[in-house]
Design a protein around this ligand. Structure first.
Ligand code: CA
Length: 462
């Protein structure tokens, strides 16, 4: 087979896996699996994310709830999915069904302002649900749905004392008090185990999000220079995201230079970057609802100085050890344990920690410099749901150790000033496989040599 034919076939395979996103079969299979696990006397209700008001007449850009999307592939607000394993009678269709999607009716007048609505009539064929009804009919169905059930699975966020309950939650409260006695529990019990293991469609979308994010890192490395503002680097990055079809960022981009490199979730990104600064770039493009999460830390002027080199080398050693520990069957915490050991060894080596490795690990002395976890799952959410059980094939996790020495931390712990204001985090996205950990984010340079080499080039984006 010729090289070009092979590439064409690979492209078709890739494209069909991306296109499968629009097939209702995938979502149907997920609902079926959940219905099978739910238990005959239980019911699950999933609500679409609400539209959130930003200011005045302006709403935040809409983004569907991840669980709701996982089960429906439907991106409109004001919708509710009901799953009832024992079945519920739908009068309009004179039949028992196990799933109903309640959604907005079509409204040509509103659609002129807000855009296309799928509508009730097309929901069955497009989304493959057994029954579709207008959202305003949900209340009529609630009493029958809740009658004689053991547990209602629904996501409820804690409601403040003065905060009014939503209409449905108020009904559920009254139903429990006066009509039927049932438990209310979080559906994560079932859904987290499903979502934490990715299928081929999800892996293709994640890889695309990761590839876009790696390209943005490469461009940022070429563009960074002293005098540039953090937001200008952010602009280069998010330009690459959008140019490649990313709908939005998976989380606010973190561009933290100099002292800001030591602030973990810094995202104001307003500082002017100075010669001699390190800059932590923690970013993730969202693509087809799936988000990458990749961090690189680079010297703004393109060359690591000795102190930066020492800290960076320790974090890289910790990350390599953490990645190597990300194996099928290993504890979810294994990468963290491996990374902590390397951080402690390295900090002892350069004299920032004193004493022996075991005592420092036991006493947690390293937490003054490495104060966050090492891994989380990624997927529809950047901190994706997980059962935190042993690692399984086709899970995707981050491995992201860091060392942060703010001036205040440096003074408090007697660290030599040459290390002050150095914050380093290196984060990659790792696929767990039977053959061992696979780094999906190899496209972003990670070693000192690779980074300095790329930073010696310049970007065409200003
Ligand atoms: Ca991150």
């Amino acid at each position: 087979m010729g090289k070009s034919t092979r590439w064409f076939i690979l492209f078709c395979l890739w494209f069909s896996s991306i296109a499968a996103q629009d097939s209702p079969e995938l979502y149907k299979a997920r609902r079926k699996a959940l219905l099978n696990n739910l238990g005959k006397k239980n019911v699950a209700i999933f609500k679409a994310a609400p539209v959130a008001r930003r200011n005045g007449d302006v709403d935040y850009e809409y983004r569907q709830d991840s669980d709701f999307y996982y089960l429906t592939g439907f991106e409109e607000p004001e919708a509710i999915l009901v799953l009832s394993p024992r079945g519920i009678y739908v009068r309009d269709e004179s039949k028992f069904v196990k799933e109903i999607l309640f959604l907005r009716k079509r409204d040509p007048r509103m659609e002129v302002w807000e855009g296309y609505r799928l509508g009730v009539e097309r929901a069955k064929s497009v989304l493959g649900v057994q029954a579709a009804l207008p959202i305003d009919r949900f209340d009529d169905y609630l009493p029958a749905l809740l009658q004689n059930i053991d547990t209602l699975y629904i996501k409820t966020k804690p409601v403040g004392l003065d905060e009014p309950l939503s209409k449905e939650m108020d009904f559920i409260r009254r139903a429990r008090e006066r009509l039927y006695d049932f438990a209310v529990a979080h559906p994560g019990k079932f859904l987290n185990r499903m979502r934490e293991v990715k299928d081929s469609t999800e892996l293709a979308l994640l890889q695309k999000a990761i590839d876009i994010t790696c390209e943005a890192h490469r461009e940022a490395m070429k563009a960074a220079r002293p005098g540039m503002y953090e937001y200008q680097l952010e602009a280069v990055i998010e330009y690459i995201f959008k140019k490649n079809g990313s709908e939005r960022t998976g989380f606010p981009s973190i561009i933290g230079s100099g002292p800001n490199s030591c602030i973990l979730h810094y995202n104001t990104n307003r500082r002017q970057m100075q010669d001699g600064d390190m800059v932590v770039i923690d970013i993730g493009a969202e693509y087809g609802m799936y988000t990458a999460d990749i961090t690189r830390t680079i010297p703004v002027n393109g060359k690591f100085n000795d102190a930066q080199r020492e800290i960076y080398t320790i974090v890289l050693e910790a990350q390599n050890a953490g990645i190597a520990a990300a194996k099928v069957g290993a504890s979810f915490w294994a990468p963290a344990q491996a990374a902590v050991r390397k951080v402690v060894e390295g900090l002892i080596r350069i004299g920032i920690l004193k004493g022996d490795v075991e005592t420092n690990i036991r006493n947690g002395t390293y937490r003054a410099f490495f104060m966050h976890g090492t891994s989380h799952h990624i997927g529809l959410d950047v901190h994706d749901v997980s059962s935190r059980g042993p690692l399984k094939a086709n899970q995707v996790i981050t491995v992201e150790p860091g060392i942060y020495i703010s001036e205040a931390t440096g003074r408090k712990h007697g660290v030599p000033p040459k290390y002050w204001n150095i914050g380093v985090r290196i984060e990659d996205d790792i696929l767990i496989t039977e053959e061992g950990p696979k780094i999906l984010s190899k496209g972003a340079p990670r070693t000192i040599e690779e980074i300095e080499k790329l930073m010696s080039k310049s970007s065409n984006i200003h």
